[in-house]
Design a protein around this ligand. Structure first.
Ligand code: NDP
Length: 446
């Protein structure tokens, strides 16, 4: 139950942003946690912090025209939501997928504010993208689209203003085309994007960072309960950037990741996912997950459609997309004895699924804490670019590991401080919020 002030603020935010269910969901979850803070800090209410926080500082929507391989003109819509710059330049990925709309970009940008704050690094929150889907397009089409997208975006971003990165549908290829066009338009070789190639300003470990980080977060939650990933069966959803490197880290930490999925279905491999084969299919050939089982044979199988969460495991790592894990999936996982859920994706569990995990006493790490390793390593890429330096894999991974351990500790202690021990949702929302709110108060009403 929210108090009347908070409820009125929430009602105002929902009314001002109609038809954006994912944004409403993200805001609601944060407000639920913040009622605990409002009691202790009335100044946040007096200064209108929440009302200001829920209104992006700037929202840019633009036309992206491009020509396909048949010579026909196509038009997509581009978005960049510069949500909050209290802690640093806007930072957050670009998503290229057919279902992208303003509400989805706003939910992602809103989450990003808290996530970036939790990293302890000087980065604000933003997000962007387009309803363009690179799947099934030729390299030439993707290049022409990216060039057109950047031909508008370049005037809004910059090293000290807004530094986008990748997300769903935006990997090394897309970042290359986007950076090339930015450089050509501005004549500046600056840190305007992260996730760059290693030969041209990228950071080691950035590719691995989100998946590694989500697994490290799972390990930390287990460690706080006196156990570990060693020998644990783990299910992972998705087979993109985050999923692949979550699986890699699970294996490094002695667990056995037995699933991967895409939008056509999932594979189960009782002997553990063969990472080299998975990388070959998804990173090199850009193929479908069904071919994994065909080529792997043995004790692997492909299940068309269906839910990866039906597979009995000790630990679940949702690494595909928002709202992919529903009430019935959470119930099945709990019945099958899951002990920890760490989110590599953004908001993959629905609110009811989260309640089920929490009521069952499962260690549940929300995406804004558990997947912060990606943006944290992007900030490390910015640091390396600023000092014209490149760090070793070991050093960078060490920094990532320390950051993830720090986020875990901070969220755990904050939850305790606010009377919700073990509740990482409250811990992440409150710890992330306080830093941003205090900076906003310092700046006055702007
Ligand atoms: P990718 O595009 O590399 O991979 C996405 C994967 O999820 C693909 O396997 C895709 O399958 C699957 N997927 C997407 N939508 C659906 C759906 N509706 N149903 C089933 N499967 C689906 O993206 P990333 O790995 O980069 O991102 C995954 C998640 O992690 C997102 O929520 C993203 O916001 C989040 N994240 C990513 C970060 C990063 O550094 N990349 C940082 C922090 C969070 P298919 O190929 O069939 O589409």
């Amino acid at each position: 139950m929210l108090d009347s002030n908070l409820q009125a603020t929430l009602d105002g935010v929902l009314a001002r942003n109609p038809g954006e269910p994912e944004f409403h969901q993200a805001v609601h979850e944060v407000f639920d946690s913040l009622s605990l803070v409002q009691e202790r800090h009335p100044e946040y209410n007096d200064m209108g912090i929440l009302t200001r926080l829920c209104e992006p500082e700037r929202q840019i929507i633009f036309r992206v025209p491009w020509v396909d391989d048949r010579g026909e003109v196509q038009v997509n819509r581009g978005f960049r939501v510069e949500f909050n710059s209290a802690l640093g330049p806007y930072k957050g990925g670009l998503r290229f997928r057919s279902n992208v709309n303003l509400g989805i970009v706003k939910f992602l940008g809103f989450e990003q504010i808290f996530k970036n704050s939790l990293t302890g690094l000087p980065i604000g929150g933003g997000k962007g993208g387009s309803d363009f889907d690179p799947a099934g397009k030729s390299d030439g089409e993707v290049m022409r689209f990216c060039q057109s997208f950047m031909s508008e975006l370049y005037r809004h971003i910059g090293e000290y203003t807004d530094v986008p990165a990748g997300d769903i549908g935006v990997g090394a290829r897309e970042i290359g085309y986007l950076f090339g066009q930015y450089k050509r338009l501005t004549n500046k070789y600056e840190t305007v994007l992260t996730g760059k190639g290693l030969d041209w300003g990228g950071s080691l470990v950035r590719t691995e960072a989100t998946g590694y980080g989500a697994t490290i977060f799972a390990q930390e939650m287990l460690s706080a309960r006196g156990t570990s990933l060693e020998g644990r069966r783990v299910s992972v959803s998705g087979s993109g950037n985050v999923a692949i490197y979550a699986i890699e880290k699970v294996h490094q930490l002695g667990g056995i990741a037995i699933t991967a999925s895409d939008s056509t279905g999932y594979v189960v491999d009782e002997d553990g996912i063969d990472l080299e084969l998975l990388k070959q299919i998804k990173e090199v050939e850009r193929g479908r997950i069904s071919t994994y089982a065909e080529r792997r044979g043995g004790r692997s199988r492909f299940v068309a459609g269906g839910s990866v969460w039906d597979v009995p495991v000790d630990v679940a790592l949702p690494c595909a997309t928002q709202n992919e894990l529903h009430e019935k999936h959470a119930k099945t996982l709990v019945e099958n004895g899951v002990i920890a859920v760490s989110e590599g994706a953004n908001m993959p569990s629905t609110p009811t699924a989260v309640e089920i995990f929490q009521e069952a006493g499962i260690a549940y790490g929300p995406g804004k804490a558990a997947n912060a390793g990606g943006v944290a390593t992007s900030a490390l890429e910015m640091q390396q670019n600023a000092s014209r330096d490149t760090w070793s894999f070991e050093y960078t991974e060490g920094r990532l590991t320390d950051i993830m351990k720090g986020i875990h500790q901070n969220t755990l202690e904050t939850a305790e401080e606010f009377g919700r021990p073990g509740n990482y949702v409250v811990g992440a929302n409150v710890a992330g919020f306080r830093k941003v709110a205090d900076a906003m108060i310092a700046f006055g009403v702007i």
